[in-house]
Ligand binder design. Structure first.
Ligand code: SF4
Length: 460
């Protein structure tokens, strides 16, 4: 007698990036890897496609492309293909590309996997939604009846846009992740008791299993979170919308996880995705780094999300150096004290200078310390940006320019809509930081080039 197939198979996808520029600065879809691990523990069969996997060898076999450039620290360039610019971006004088695996490779992968019962898609930057839409269109082409659930950052920050235009059947914000369980119960035949997931797993960081890194054939680095959320409320930042409260993992458990991946996969590069890695340091980063020291793992850490300068005391700097922090990014943003105050008071010039001094005194080479400067903020003049660059350089380290990207739901958003003379709802393509010099009322292309030249000419 033919038994009907149990509906239990999920296909999880990290879509392409569509943008003017993209680079793999240790970029992995950590959220969906946690979701994969949690759901697999509950008996779902999981398949996974990461459209942004630079090390996926099928990319090269199918297309004849050669692997893209890779750095010793694990970062590197993505494969890219030029695509037609969306109508509203036609006047921007830059190429627009799809980054990641080719469409043909993606379609081959879809067909290689067994038919999924539900497809779960994540999303990252709001203005990368064309990649999300393209993935959904291709899923619907091959499996028109398969339900598609869209989650992640774009889905959380631009829920209406995603609901109206993405083609997904269900949209889940981060705060609604516990609804994933009842949703999957309704869409599959999984008869496992999923209630503990509802009650625990998406709420308590310490209950999470390790992310499903085994879904990758090759890895150069592993990304981590040791905490979720942030104590600050900077007016330009969406951290509090994505994670409404600040919570920490048990530091010993994080150190154990790192030792596990080192042992199992030989990974020696670990990347923190925390927004508040150094907050509550006595109970968090200090015990964590002491554990790492004891384990003597010979590994390196990277912090592409900026560190809070006010918590870089000398003991913290010393531990960071001893434990293999390889490159340090500091969240400075501006040296203009009025702007610091108006945007949330996370930093001032004295704490910045102190942090840099502590790092240098403990032995960090200056070329390994960078300070983010956020340019294009309202009321930030060209002169103020140049002053900020000078302050960073006077402290003996190099500035790293981050272009301001308007994010809906942030305190600054309304002001930006008014000043940019936008009409809501604003197409999320306009959130792209690459557009800042072309459409900002505060800074133009010539001024932006002038700023870039100052930094390029700076030698440590
Ligand atoms: S400190 Fe950083 S993560 Fe926290 S709100 Fe400010 S910019 Fe966002």
């Amino acid at each position: 007698m033919n038994k009907s197939r149990k509906k239990n198979r999920l296909l999880l996808i990290n879509p392409w990036i569509y943008d003017f520029t993209a680079y793999d600065f240790w970029s992995k879809p950590l959220g969906i890897l946690y979701v994969a691990a949690i759901l697999r523990k509950k008996g779902f069969d999981i398949d996974f496609i990461d459209c942004m996997d630079r090390l996926d060898t099928s990319l090269f076999k199918k297309t004849g492309n050669i692997p893209t450039k890779k750095n010793k620290d694990g970062s590197g360039s993505f494969h890219k293909e030029k695509v037609t610019k969306p109508e509203s971006l036609k006047h921007i004088p830059r190429n627009y590309c799809r980054y990641g695996i080719g469409e043909a490779v993606f379609e081959e992968k879809i067909q290689q996997f067994p038919k999924p019962d539900v497809v779960l898609i994540t999303s990252i930057m709001t203005y990368w939604y064309p990649g999300v839409f393209r993935v959904i269109a291709l899923i619907k082409k091959y499996y028109p009846d398969c339900p598609v659930i869209l989650g992640g950052i774009y889905a959380t920050l631009c829920t209406d846009h995603a609901a109206n235009f993405s083609g997904a059947d269900y949209i889940l914000k981060n705060s609604q992740l516990n609804q994933l369980i009842p949703l999957l119960q309704g869409l599959t035949d999984n008869s496992n008791n999923l209630n503990d997931l509802k009650n625990n797993h998406f709420h308590n960081l310490n209950c999470f299993p390790y992310p499903a890194w085994d879904l990758y054939n090759a890895l150069d680095y592993i990304c981590l979170i040791t905490s979720r959320g942030c104590t600050f409320r900077c007016t330009y930042c969406a951290s509090h919308i994505l994670n409404s409260k600040l919570e920490f993992r048990n530091p010993e458990q994080v150190a154990e996880e790192i030792a596990y991946w080192k042992e199992l996969k030989g990974i020696d590069k670990f990347v923190f995705y925390d927004d508040a890695l150094l907050v509550n340091s006595e109970n968090h980063i200090i015990p964590f780094l002491n554990e790492i020291k004891k384990k003597n793992l010979n590994i390196n850490f990277y912090t592409p999300n900026a560190l809070h300068v006010r918590y870089i005391t000398q003991p913290v700097a010393k531990l960071m150096l001893e434990c293999g922090f390889e490159k340090i990014w500091l969240g400075f943003e501006t040296a203009d004290s009025e702007l610091q105050r108006k945007t949330g008071n996370k930093v001032n010039n004295a704490s910045f200078t102190k942090a840099v001094k502590n790092l240098l005194k403990e032995g960090f080479p200056p070329e390994k310390i960078r300070a983010y400067l956020l340019i294009g903020l309202p009321d930030e003049s060209l002169q103020s940006i140049i002053e900020s660059i000078k302050v960073v350089m006077d402290n003996g380290i190099k500035p790293y320019l981050a272009k301001y990207s308007p994010i809906p739901g942030t305190k600054m958003w309304k002001e930006i809509v008014r000043e940019y003379k936008w009409k809501e709802p604003v197409d999320p393509l306009w959130h792209n930081d690459a557009l800042m010099p072309y459409c900002s009322p505060y800074i133009n292309v010539e001024q932006y080039q002038q700023i870039k030249m100052i930094i390029q000419n700076f030698k440590l």
